[in-house]
Design a protein around this ligand. Structure first.
Ligand SMILES: [Zn+2]
Length: 104
């Protein structure tokens, strides 16, 4: 995960380039990824790879799917369970893994 099991992310911020620690947003600071997350991360990565292969920006893709860029970004990073993905994303993902996609 983001934090390599440490539960926190370390960065440097203003003012004065001081060291800051933030709870990891992938595991909520626990250092342990929820069970659903490995799947969501893998599926999200596939979604992102497909978007990039199509040469679409996050914004363009979100617009195309009819969801917010934030929701798409979260899904691509595995921040939300795939079961909670917006419908448009699920249809898109199903298409990307070769499941039949009905014409609308
Ligand atoms: Zn973490």
């Amino acid at each position: 995960m983001n934090c390599n099991g440490e539960g926190k992310l370390v960065g440097y911020g203003c003012p004065g380039f001081r060291r800051i620690e933030l709870p990891c947003d992938m595991c909520d600071g626990t250092g342990v990824a929820p069970a659903w997350q490995a799947d969501a991360v893998r599926e999200g990565a596939g979604l992102k790879a497909r978007r990039r292969a199509a040469d679409r920006s996050l914004r363009e893709e979100a617009l195309r799917l009819g969801i917010s860029p934030v929701a798409l970004s979260d899904a691509e990073r595995g921040k939300i369970p795939s079961a909670d993905w917006p419908v448009a994303l699920i249809i898109d993902w199903a298409g990307s893994v070769g499941a039949p996609e009905r014409d609308l």
